[in-house]
Design a protein around this ligand. Structure first.
Ligand code: PCA
Length: 209
């Protein structure tokens, strides 16, 4: 039986919902063949997310970790290719901590590449009509941090065996709200399409040896 960890995040930066938290909730109804799935929602806090992820990986020792986060303003599913060893927050995290130019791990390399099949995932999602890109920056905030840490643990301790990060867009109801509040005209993707994308990503990932 394969062990799969899937994480999302709590809301942050003034948003009331985080699509990835809703997706994690919806995945509770899903089953993947020969797979034990662990679903978790991480805090949007540099220190707490670091500790929570380490505890999860130590306890579960996942074969696969698919980490999810919101990238508000992006128009499609972003398959992140790379995580960099830096925390440089544009806004304070949910514990009011705002690191600038700090490394995530002093003993870690400058960057790690995703060990998910990013190109295969791109083709799979596009062939199903889902707007998708390979992204070359997961940002400098908590998402980049957890992607880096998951790859760091994989490198140092062997778990998760394969791991990477996916950013999703806003839900339509979030951008409707922002348009009404401040006239911001932003892209979005429906819950149904996002959930379908994440299920396809998990299936492609589980096909890897
Ligand atoms: N997105 C943020 C952190 C949590 C989330 O869902 C990011 O892109 O760093």
């Amino acid at each position: 039986m394969k062990k799969l960890l899937v994480t999302g995040f709590e809301p942050f930066g003034g948003d009331r919902i985080n699509p990835t938290q809703v997706i994690i909730n919806a995945l509770k109804e899903e089953k993947f063949e020969d797979t034990q799935m662990f679903l978790e929602v991480l805090p949007v806090a540099f220190k707490n997310a670091d500790e929570s992820l380490k505890e999860l990986i130590d306890r579960i020792k996942p074969d696969y970790a698919v980490l999810l986060g919101l990238a508000g303003g992006r128009s499609g599913i972003s398959i992140e290719r790379v995580a960099i060893n830096i925390m440089d927050a544009r806004i304070p995290d949910n514990e009011n901590y705002q690191p600038k130019d700090e490394p995530i791990r002093k003993d870690g390399p400058s960057a790690y590449f995703s060990t998910l099949p990013v190109r295969e995932i791109l083709f799979e999602l596009r062939s199903k009509g889902i707007p998708t890109v390979i992204s070359n920056s997961a940002g400098l905030y908590v998402c980049n941090e957890v992607m880096y840490l998951s790859l760091y643990y994989s490198d140092k301790f062997g778990y998760p065996v394969k791991t990477g990060f996916i950013h999703v867009p806003y839900f339509p109801e979030q951008v409707v709200q922002k348009f009404s509040d401040s006239g911001q005209n932003l892209p979005s993707m429906s819950f149904d399409l996002q959930l379908r994308a994440i299920k396809l990503i998990i299936e492609k990932t589980l096909e890897m040896q």
